[in-house]
Design a protein around this ligand. Sequence first.
Ligand code: 6GU
Length: 212
Amino acid sequence: MGKAIDGGIIDVAVHDLRDWTHDRHRTVDDTPYGGGAGMVMKPEPWGEALDALEEADPRPMTVIVTTPAGRRFDQALAYELAGKERLVFACGRYEGIDQRVIDHCAEHYELVEISLGDYVLNGGEVAALAITEAVVRLLPGVVGNPESLVEESHSPEHRLLEYPNYTKPPQWRGREVPEILFSGHHANIAKWRLDQATQRTRDRRPDLLADE
Ligand code: 6GU
């Protein structure tokens, strides 16, 4: 992401939601209506923050709310987001954000609720970083060699896990590099790699082979 910023491909800003509070304690949460554990993020600071960001830049905002209840993040969604002009991550803390903020975003912006997977993070900040890194590396000029985007795991071209990689030295701690990789026979090497990728995927992620 640093390279993309330095190269002028993206710009990034971080905001503190408390900048849009007005009380002495800069309160962003409150107890849930209906009772229950934990705190819920108040709608007013979110509303003012989103208004301010909208006002500061004419580009259409795609608002991403990070939540374990969202659409599962994957490489296809990373490609979708890479096509957007302006991503705004709303990182919730505590038990969540008042639902009216989500509904407001759905009405006024393009909204995507995203989950990294079936586990719970305390806040959305780490998730936002992970999503950002997956998206930014897809932008032209960020990854050094664009071909490495084609062969990698989960690329839309093959949806297999990546084959194992080797580099020098040819022996290391008694372990050898597979002989085929020294053969110079590009067709055989490609076939071996496809076999390896297929076998790995069958062993580790059979779900990837099951659909389509
Ligand atoms: Cl995107 N956010 C939070 N807070 N927890 C998560 C998540 C996201 N994905 C899985 N758990």
